[in-house]
Every structure is written in structure tokens, then in C-alpha cells.
Design a protein around this ligand. Structure first.
Ligand code: ACM
Length: 400
């Protein structure tokens, strides 16, 4: 029987010798705490579950248009102003309805240290993401002088891509270097994620200060300006012994020398990076976005869109067939992303992540030949029973 007490099983394990090794060194799960904020206790539970499933990387998406969630001592307004929005969207985007309630939350530096230490004890590294130059409305609300327009800037209440982005001024680079310095003190991770995705160029097209940088640096256009922006940040990180990860938009306008590309708009970015001899991490939307629906939307709680079933996740292979063996070595691994526009409670996070993360776990650990969907299904009930005992609010898989 499964005699257990307070949720803890008395495991009995026969003496065996296990020879096993992961296929990939990067086995990740992401969580967006910008759109909705999650407590330290929940983050620890999230990390516990990663560790159990041999996922060794927690990508903590800490800054967004809708909220700045990490205390930065040199810039207190980031959390005084940037950690609160006036209102949040309710229901799906198209409804354009708002709840009218302030929504706030951030982690103190002590809490960040606590989480990083907790993860380390469980052999999970924590990679922080500080978004730039886009997804920065909360930071601009706190420090409007970092923008390219007179504003006014407010922490966003609407989901989606916003045109307010950091202006490539010296003042902005000084600010970002200060922020990243504190971030590097908190996170020992070799990798620092700087975002780079979804940065509309409209404000740079219209701002004299941005155009003057294009002129001064001999850049062709705003895409090269983004590349210049990212490369300056990369140089700073490299000088401090760290490596940059960015979403696949960092390929546009020229890739920085050492950067690792996180491929989210399908696999093309990861393929292009590997062909250029750059490291890549696969997080393609079609297979590894755990904010997508898991079944017919009419039968599911509201989600952003898409459809990524448990079987879709299990069938995913992080190394595209089009890569040569040499190029394939640049694929460090894969990660699933959990954007939280439509995920506002811990239970809903768990509902979206489990059991799909069980499939991800095998995708990044096992050899392709060692994976067998029927066998996975046979083993699944025992895993679900284990999740039940840990009070994980997973989505029950469809019966067959
Ligand atoms: C992303 O989903 N915008 C990386």
C-alpha cells in the first residue's frame, strides 16, 4: 500500500544500480510573475516540482509592462511605482473589461536570495530575466526620463505588446547597468536573460535622441539600433563574467558575439543561431507554451489561445532534423514557458503546467529513441497519484 503521513510517503527502494544521464544540459521551466505575481512559498513549491522531474533551470521572468517584481536598492521607485497597476483585464482580451482593482507585488532582495538558495539546494539554477528594451512600461512609469517620449507612462493594465520602450540614451544604459549589477549580485547564474522580444520601433523612429544614436554609430535602421542596444548590454554582462540569453528577436540586426538565443517563434531562431555557431534553447510556441489550451477551448478555463496537448509536448524533439550533427550540439536543451495573463492563481499555474511538465521532463532527459508515448501513458497514473499527494492541482488527462 501507499501508507503515507502528512503527504510524505515512506518509500522503500530496492538496492539497484542505475546508469542514467540527461540528453540535454538545459532543462527548463519559465514563470511570468509580471502579469500575475506569485508568492515565495509558491515559487518554492514550483521549484520543488522542477527538481523532482529533473528540470534543472527555473527561468524567472521578473519584469513586465504590467509590473516590476524585483527590489532594486538604487532605484526604489521601480517597486514603489512599478510593482502596482491600477486595474487588470478580466476575461479574454477581446472583451476589454477591467476589474478596477489595484494589483501589486514584488520580491525583496532577501526573498530573492532565499529562493536562489532554496533552488541551489535542489540543484536548480535560477536565471533571472530583466526585459529590455521592450516590455518596460512599469520601469518607465517609475523613471519616465528613460523613455523616448514625454509620456506620461503608466504601469500597463492591458495585455499585449506596448510601444513604450527604453530610449537608447546614456542615462538608460547607466540605469540598466546599475540594475544588472544588483541582479548579478543576487543571482550566481552564468546566464542572465535580457528579454529582447517584442520591442516596437515606433518610438525610436520618432525620437531625435534615438535617431542621433543611429547616426553616431553608423547604423542602418532601428533594427540595428536594437542590436546595438543588446550588444552593449552583452558586453557589460561579459565583462562581469556572465552570458546573455535573449529571445530570438536578438538575431535581428545582427547577433552579439556570445549570445544564447531562446527560440520562441517556432524553431527558426534556434536553427539560425545553431547554424551561426551560437547556442540556442528551444521554447517553440507550438509545442512548449504552457499558457496554451490543453484541449478544446470550449471545455477549458480561459487561456491565451493555441492548443498544445500533453501528447504534443511528448512528441516534441528539441533538435530539428535540418541541423547537421555539429550544428545540433549548439542546442543546449529546451524549456516550457508559462505566461500568466490568464493565469492568476497558483492552482491555475499548476493546472496549466501539470501534467505537461511530466512530458517535457522526458523530452529533455531521455534520448529520442528512449521515448514511448504508450509507455508514458502507462506510467502516468502513478505520477498523477504522486501529484495528488503533493496537492498539485494538475489537469486530469483526457480518458481514452
Ligand atoms: C514571448 O513569448 N514574447 C517571448
Amino acid at each position: 500500500g501507499l501508507g503515507y503521513d502528512d503527504g510524505q510517503i515512506d518509500w522503500t527502494i530496492p538496492a539497484v544500480y542505475i546508469e542514467d544521464a540527461p540528453r540535454f544540459g538545459y532543462r527548463g521551466m519559465h514563470l511570468d510573475v509580471g502579469r500575475h505575481f506569485f508568492s515565495v512559498d509558491f515559487i518554492k513549491k514550483y521549484i520543488d516540482l522542477l527538481a523532482v522531474h529533473k528540470l534543472n533551470t527555473f527561468h524567472w521572468h521578473l519584469t513586465e509592462d504590467q509590473g516590476w517584481r524585483i527590489e532594486i536598492e538604487q532605484y526604489p521607485r521601480l517597486t514603489e511605482v512599478g510593482a502596482c497597476r491600477d486595474s487588470s483585464m478580466v476575461g479574454h482580451y477581446g472583451a476589454q473589461t477591467y476589474d478596477g482593482s489595484p494589483y501589486c507585488g514584488y520580491y525583496t532582495q532577501d526573498q530573492i536570495r532565499e529562493v536562489v538558495a532554496y533552488a541551489k539546494e535542489r540543484f536548480v539554477r535560477v536565471i533571472p530575466e530583466i526585459e529590455l528594451p521592450g516590455h518596460s512600461r512599469a520601469a518607465l512609469a517609475a523613471y519616465p526620463e528613460l523613455g523616448c517620449t514625454d509620456g506620461p507612462y503608466e504601469v500597463a493594465t492591458t495585455w499585449g505588446v506596448h510601444e513604450e520602450i527604453y530610449c537608447p540614451k546614456e542615462e538608460t544604459f547607466a540605469f540598466l547597468e546599475d540594475v544588472l549589477t544588483e541582479v548579478m549580485e543576487l543571482f550566481p547564474s552564468e546566464y542572465i536573460h535580457i528579454g529582447g522580444d517584442e520591442a516596437p520601433k515606433k518610438q525610436w523612429e520618432e525620437a531625435m535622441v534615438a535617431q542621433a544614436v543611429i547616426e553616431r554609430e553608423g547604423l542602418a535602421d532601428e533594427h540595428e539600433l536594437q542590436s546595438y542596444f543588446i550588444q552593449r548590454i552583452e558586453r557589460f554582462l561579459n565583462e562581469n563574467g556572465r552570458q546573455l540569453i535573449g529571445w530570438d528577436e536578438i538575431l535581428e540586426g545582427g547577433l552579439s558575439s556570445n549570445a544564447t538565443v531562446m527560440s520562441w517563434r517556432g524553431e527558426d531562431g534556434g536553427i539560425a543561431a545553431a547554424r551561426q555557431g551560437h547556442n540556442a534553447i528551444m521554447t517553440p510556441g507550438h509545442s512548449l507554451y504552457f499558457d496554451h489550451y490543453q484541449a478544446d477551448p470550449d471545455t477549458e478555463p480561459v487561456a491565451i489561445g493555441g492548443l498544445t496537448t500533453l501528447e504534443d509536448v511528448y512528441a516534441y524533439d528539441p533538435v530539428p532534423d535540418t541541423l547537421t550533427q555539429v550544428q545540433a550540439r549548439y542546442i543546449l536543451g529546451a524549456q516550457a514557458n508559462v505566461w500568466t495573463e490568464y493565469i492568476n492563481t497558483p492552482n491555475k499555474v499548476e493546472y496549466m503546467v501539470y501534467p505537461r511538465a511530466l512530458a517535457l521532463s522526458e523530452v529533455v532527459w531521455s534520448s529520442e529513441a528512449g521515448r514511448d508515448w504508450e509507455d508514458f501513458l502507462r506510467r502516468l497514473p502513478a505520477r498523477l497519484q504522486w501529484l495528488d499527494m503533493r496537492n498539485v492541482d494538475y489537469r486530469p488527462p483526457d480518458s481514452r
